[in-house]
Write a protein that binds this ligand. Sequence first.
Ligand SMILES: Cc1ncc(COP(=O)(O)O)c(C=O)c1O
Length: 371
Amino acid sequence: MLYFDHSATTPIHPDVLAKIQSVSQDHFGNPSSIHSSGRKSRAILESARRTIAESIHAESSEIVFTGSGTEANNAVLWSMAQREKRHVITSMVEHPAVLKVLQKLEPFGVTFTALSVDSHGLVDPKELEKAIQPDTGLISIMMVNNEVGTINPMASLVKVAQSKGIPFHSDTVQALGKTPLSAKAIHADYFSFSAHKLYGPKGVGFLFKRKGASLNPLILGGSQESNLRAGTENVPGIAGLAEAVRLATARLENRRNHLSELESIFKSEMATDNIDVVYNGHPDYRVPGVISASFQGQRSDILLAKLDRQGFAVSSGSACGSGSVEPSPVLAAMGISEAQNISTLRISFGRGNSSQEVKKLVSAISNIIHG
Ligand SMILES: Cc1ncc(COP(=O)(O)O)c(C=O)c1O
């Protein structure tokens, strides 16, 4: 199987796997225990926290471990049910881990405005400013879109929030490891992250919560994570997460260059093969290696199934949407016609892909389309 669905999930990096295995084998103590076995696990946990904090230019005390990126988003959004100001501004192209949560929060008095995006998937800071109401208590706008890879103008969006004293959250699950991300450079109050999008394990994530920003725990029980997230920490998973984050940031430029190169090869081979294709997303403000491609007159579910039978893994729309022939709400919000929408594949490259593999993919697409 040649794998081109890295925006859905990534294979685990060998160094991350080695870390998880060694911690699992050698350190099983509960990090809340007082004896030396527990203290050793605690030390691993805190070292992971420091590594992550350094990688995103934050303080260790600003990192809260969670069970996923979804949970990090939920923690921030559910906190709104206990706020005085309960209006949230978000965008129409957020992941369901934001939009579905906001819908669920309506009976708790939380209202929301979902901003529209332009044809490239960008949120306009001026639109954000216009949408602010006296009771706006949170702005939650993703940094990188999971279907088209467009990068929002974070600095300008956060500036609008700051000028009105409104807390800002960003779902940065698709950003880390693909574009520079620094909590010093972007003054958001909260960022959500997930390990399995960056060659780390599944079921582990973290929330960056800036010092002073408030958060009500979503999961109650013990006093782990400074009373912000109860439950015995997944120490091996967190050690693996830290290694994945360290590698993703230390090798960012290498990885970006590799992805950009694969993307150019893909596009030039597609042009050589005369394939009728439209690329969605912003031409410049986007992460490398995430291609949203609409194939004129084709159906994405059929293309996907044919490619799968030939040993190529790609996606139609987001991972959560695959398997259905429903048009993608993200592409619809960008004003893309239904015909173009349902003819769209997401092809996302990763560190393990080679130019030879990309050429094989284009030739398989070409054979399917040209018959
Ligand atoms: C933008 C975005 N947010 C959140 C998530 C959910 O992350 P996790 O799988 O860690 O819950 C995803 C995963 O598809 C995503 O792409």
